[in-house]
Ligand binder design. Structure first.
Ligand code: E4P
Length: 218
């Protein structure tokens, strides 16, 4: 399973990259705003800065919601850097835009997906990634992980190449569960990724090893 970090914070992206396990980055307009990145030029420069830190795909979201606007913005984003993936919302014009980008060899991430039907449409349009938001489904007492399982089944039934990118991952157990059900990618916060490293028995065992070493090597 690929690991993407879901942030526009350059320090956190650097920290995740330094771990050696990072495969890419996802951002959205809310995450950019959280970092205080505003204005078109600053936003485009920030995407370039992210691409310079990581080796993999970097999702950059269009703001337009009409077909022509999404094509214009998406082409501009794609031309910024070869690692840019154009992130497009799951709406009717978004679907058409994904088809356009697919036909023009531009990678896409279909975002704001909450149902199998939407994921099926994204795959039919040739999206590189589909982003089901599992945390936001959990927030409204609907099983987000179950959606990943259902999309996996449908995609495998027909051999769709669209990669399932579990988004809105909120904690470490989400990551483990996504891996169990065969999500191709997960995107989550640094805290959830670092949580995978933790086990009290590791800490206790290491402390004991070091104490025993010190006893024998005074
Ligand atoms: C995915 O690409 C989205 O940017 C993100 O995962 C949404 O997460 P949230 O529901 O925690 O805002």
């Amino acid at each position: 399973m690929k690991f993407f970090i879901d942030t526009a914070n350059l320090e956190q992206i650097k920290e995740a990259q330094a771990l050696g396990i990072l495969d890419g980055v996802t951002t959205n307009p809310s995450l950019m705003a959280k970092e205080g990145i505003t204005g078109k030029e600053n936003i485009l420069n920030h995407y370039k800065a992210i691409c310079e830190i990581v080796d993999g795909d970097v999702s950059a979201e269009v703001i337009a919601t009409d077909y022509e606007g999404m094509i214009k913005e998406g082409l501009e984003l794609a031309n910024l850097h070869p690692q840019i993936v154009v992130k497009v919302p799951m709406i009717k014009d978004g679907l058409k835009a994904i088809k356009y980008f697919t036909d023009n060899d531009i990678k896409t991430n279909c975002t704001l997906v909450f149902s199998v039907g939407q994921a099926l449409m994204a795959a039919k349009a040739g999206a590189t990634y589909v982003s089901p938001f599992i945390g936001r489904l959990d927030d409204v007492s609907t099983d987000g992980l179950n959606l990943i399982e259902e999309i996996r089944l449908v995609y495998d039934n027909y051999g769709f190449q669209t990669q399932i990118l579990a988004a809105s991952v909120r904690h470490t157990m989400h990551i483990v569960d996504c891996a169990k059900v065969g999500s191709d990618v997960m995107t989550g916060p640094l805290s959830a990724i670092l949580g995978l490293l933790k086990h009290p028995l590791t800490d206790i065992g290491l402390a004991q090893f070091l104490a025993d070493y010190q006893k024998g090597n005074k």
